[in-house]
Design a protein around this ligand. Structure first.
Ligand SMILES: *[C@@H]1O[C@H](CO)[C@@H](O)[C@H](O)[C@H]1NC(C)=O
Ligand SMILES: *[C@@H]1O[C@H](CO)[C@@H](O)[C@H](O)[C@H]1NC(C)=O
Ligand SMILES: *[C@@H]1O[C@H](CO)[C@@H](O)[C@H](O)[C@H]1NC(C)=O
Ligand SMILES: *[C@@H]1O[C@H](CO)[C@@H](O)[C@H](O)[C@H]1NC(C)=O
Ligand SMILES: *[C@@H]1O[C@H](CO)[C@@H](O)[C@H](O)[C@H]1NC(C)=O
Ligand SMILES: *[C@@H]1O[C@H](CO)[C@@H](O)[C@H](O)[C@H]1NC(C)=O
Length: 346
């Protein structure tokens, strides 16, 4: 898939994740309730990780998510699995207030959240960047949480909490039916485990409201982050072009030499190549000595033995020396060698 197509894909995926409730709310859908006094709300740990199965009943669609929430550093990562094996990641970096959207561990798009207050991830929380874990799960006293009764969900004895909430930034009104394992039920995590959240609501014109109905089932919920801290890093090999620079790259000396090992991962050309590089920035000279046992040499080289290329940027001349035969060809410096810049890719 071309980069352009992938970016279009990401934008589409973003629209799905963030615009679930776009439109104008029908305020009549439900009314905010008072938080039930005397019954303690289930404890939401500051950090957690979980898997979520999200069923969108109004779209006949299932998504799977993995979520990591770090309440101490303020970072969130949501990995979404969708149809056709597509995977996208949403990493919120609180230190720089950026969201990195990564499609199939390949292409990255940066969303600058500075000046924005609405964290769209999963449930979306308006007016707060970054919300606490309880706000993130939309389970907090301030939403008006009414205790209903004990019930059974997925075979688990649960406490059922009801609330009617709005998402101002998305102009939606919806009921949240939250189910937590009851204290009488044993779980690997010794407090009440989130089992299910059912979200039913309306957005859009009062005359023609768009209805939505989602069920979020929580599995493998943990009250600590068991994943490595690197879970909030962008995957190896993924380059996020527009992300904020928080660390300067190390300064390199003007004169240096090193031996390099180059691995080429290209289906057409799998190879390992070693070479010695001599770089003199003060005299504008580069020398590269290497072998190419694969025989993919371009003229004027025709042997798999040691070869040397010297580029003199003062005169603009390249010297190609066959170390075996001992002859040399000089050519104007072109951009087909590693130490010259490629023309920008259009
Ligand atoms: C919520 O509490 C307020 C103040 O105690 C009361 O006036 C109101 O009627 C209550 N609302 C509901 C829906 O019970
Ligand atoms: C979902 O499936 C039902 C029953 O098969 C069908 O009536 C309905 O139109 C479908 N809805 C969507 C949005 O595809
Ligand atoms: C997230 O970043 C903001 C702004 O830099 C900071 O005030 C806040 O403490 C951070 N949150 C956490 C949980 O560290
Ligand atoms: C709990 O309350 C809901 C309505 O609020 C009702 O439909 C359900 O039957 C009740 N469950 C039990 C176990 O009483
Ligand atoms: C992010 O947005 C803010 C406010 O619009 C702006 O000042 C800042 O330069 C942006 N950061 C980047 C890296 O573009
Ligand atoms: C060396 O000479 C051979 C035979 O004339 C020629 O094919 C080759 O291109 C030359 N190599 C270089 C590096 O000049």
């Amino acid at each position: 898939m071309a980069i352009r197509q992938l970016v279009a894909w990401i934008l589409l995926a973003l629209a799905v994740i963030s615009c679930q409730f776009c439109g104008f709310a029908n305020g009549e859908f439900c009314q905010k309730v008072n938080t039930t006094e005397g019954v303690g709300l289930p404890y939401i740990p500051p950090s957690y990780q979980t898997r979520i199965e999200m069923n969108i009943l109004t779209k006949n669609q299932t998504y799977e998510f993995q979520e990591w929430f770090d309440g101490y550093l303020g970072n969130v990562r949501i990995r979404r699995y969708q149809k056709d094996g597509e995977i996208d990641d949403y990493i919120y970096n609180n230190a720089t207030r950026e969201i990195y959207v990564i499609f199939n561990d390949l292409v990255c798009l940066v969303i600058n959240m500075t000046g924005k207050t609405d964290l769209d991830l999963l449930f979306g929380v308006d007016g707060r960047l970054l919300p606490s874990s309880a706000l993130m799960l939309r389970f907090s006293k301030e939403f008006g949480m009414e205790y209903r009764n004990k019930s059974i969900v997925r075979g688990i004895t649960v406490d059922y909490w009801y609330s009617c909430q709005t998402w101002k930034e998305r102009k939606a009104v919806f009921e949240v039916h939250w189910y937590f394992s009851a204290s009488s039920w044993n779980t690997p995590y010794d407090v009440n485990l989130p089992v299910r959240a059912e979200v039913i609501g309306e957005a859009g014109d009062v005359s023609n409201p768009r209805k939505f109905h989602m069920i979020y089932d929580f599995v493998s919920f943990r009250d600590v982050l068991m994943a490595e801290n690197t879970i909030f890093d962008t995957p190896t090999g993924v380059y996020c072009e527009d992300r904020m620079q928080v660390q300067k790259p190390p300064e390199l000396p003007a004169v240096m030499s090193y031996t390099q090992e180059m691995l080429v991962h290209d289906p057409a050309l799998e190879m390992v190549q070693y070479g010695n590089v001599y770089y003199d920035g003060s005299q504008f000279l580069v020398k590269y000595q290497f072998r190419d046992p694969n025989g993919d040499t371009k003229p004027p080289f025709y042997n798999p033995g040691s070869m040397t290329v010297i580029q003199d940027f003062t005169t603009g001349i390249s010297y190609f020396i066959d170390d075996l035969i001992g002859n040399c060809t000089d050519k104007p410096i072109s951009n087909d060698f590693f130490d010259t810049e490629d023309p920008p890719i259009k």
